[in-house]
Design a protein around this ligand. Structure first.
Ligand code: NAD
Length: 354
């Protein structure tokens, strides 16, 4: 029998907690990959998985991603993630959220949670009634950091896309640059709006096709069916839905010189970054470009812990450092011939002492 902790995705996780609450029906996994730089911080995903092992794989990969992301964002936080295993109807009750909050509380601060796919700000408020180890809560006033991380993530990706366009296409602006966006939810929708303001040409896609079409109408872009977006001939393909879309088949279909978007774990497995590089496609490592949300969430959490209001300018300053980090990775990749995902992993591993 293969021991669980020898499996590749386990990758020396410090803690993996299975949570089951019979009364509310909650089933969840809380994973903390590394606390080298601080408490394991990362959002909670609410998702229906075909098999429990898919949920475990997601939790482990997302949690490791958070270790790398927080380190590369220069935050004093480790990496963690939670997934709540939803039923087919995605039934979510106040009792389940309360039981989840209790589970986070029992870990005594080893894990700090926030929103991820399927979890709203209101859900986090419910969780916060049971634990203080939570962030991404509503904030009062426009000048305070915190709240829904989606817009901050979108802003960081927008900065990152501009950096990629500069690096690969030698253009200082995204005016007229064609970006195909997969997923028009909190992050993808925000990226689309910011790009539209700067005159980019947009092609949008979502499994909720009406959502993509409505946003395309509003922003003056086009919408395409979900299975068509990866083969759109464009300057930038921006994945902002779910992970593992960059597999052999997906990479083969791409007709864009740049991949830069917010979805976590875009590469289906190690080696796919090299495939992108071999096709001459510039890749923005996902956990570097999509760090905007965790920057806001972490600043909110740390300020709250110190009993201070958090200045949004501090978050903006840190968001503006994302392009510089990407440039550093791409320059090292150009110099060494090592693909950007591997360069980023090596930098992150050094920072978390692995
Ligand atoms: P969301 O639920 O608001 O939006 C996701 C959108 O993707 C939805 O509109 C959904 O219908 C669509 N979608 C799902 N599968 C699709 C497919 N196959 N093709 C096209 N569209 C599809 O979630 P979000 O907060 O915008 O997060 C999007 C991605 O960004 C996720 O991978 C998430 O982990 C990652 N991310 C989010 C944040 C954040 O702050 N919200 C931070 C970092 C990373």
């Amino acid at each position: 029998m293969t021991a669980f902790w020898t499996e590749a995705d386990y990758d020396d996780h410090e803690l993996v907690q299975l949570v089951h609450d019979r009364k509310s029906g909650l089933s969840a996994i809380i994973a903390v990959h590394s606390s080298h730089l601080g408490p394991g911080a990362g959002g909670t995903r609410f998702w229906h998985y075909a098999e429990p092992k898919d949920a475990m794989r997601d939790a482990l990969r997302l949690s490791r991603g958070m270790s790398y992301k927080n380190a590369m964002a220069g935050l004093p936080m480790g990496g963690g993630k939670a997934v709540i295993l939803a039923d087919k109807d995605r039934t979510k009750t106040p009792e389940m959220l309360a039981a989840f909050g209790d589970a986070v509380e029992r870990l005594g601060g080893q894990y700090v949670t926030a929103e991820d796919v399927g979890i709203s700000e209101a859900d986090m408020v419910a969780v916060s009634e049971r634990t203080g180890f939570v962030s991404g809560l509503p904030v009062e006033g426009k000048d305070a950091a915190g709240g829904d991380p989606g817009p901050f993530t979108a802003m960081g990706i927008f900065h990152g896309i501009k950096a990629a366009v500069r690096h690969k296409l030698g253009k200082d602006s995204v005016k007229g640059v064609h970006v195909a966006i997969q997923g028009t939810g909190s992050v993808g929708g925000g990226v689309a709006r910011l790009l539209a303001k700067d005159g980019a040409k947009l092609t949008l896609s979502d499994i909720h096709e009406d959502r993509a079409a409505a946003l395309a109408d509003e922003l003056g872009g086009k919408s395409v069916a979900p299975d068509a977006v990866m083969s759109v001939a464009c300057d930038v393909f921006s994945p902002n839905a779910l992970g593992a879309i960059l597999d052999d088949e997906g990479i083969g279909r791409l007709d864009a010189p740049i991949v830069a978007g917010g979805a976590n774990n875009q590469l289906a497995r190690a080696g796919h970054g090299e495939k992108l590089a071999a096709r001459g496609i510039l890749y923005a490592p996902d956990y570097v470009i999509n760090a905007g949300g965790i920057i806001s969430v972490a600043m909110e959490y740390l300020c709250k812990r110190h009993g201070e209001p958090c200045d949004i300018n501090e978050v903006r300053k840190r968001l503006a450092q994302i392009p510089g980090r990407l440039d550093e990775i791409w320059q090292e990749s150009d110099r060494s011939g090592v693909s950007p995902d591997v360069v980023a992993d090596r930098m992150a591993q050094k920072l978390i002492g692995r």
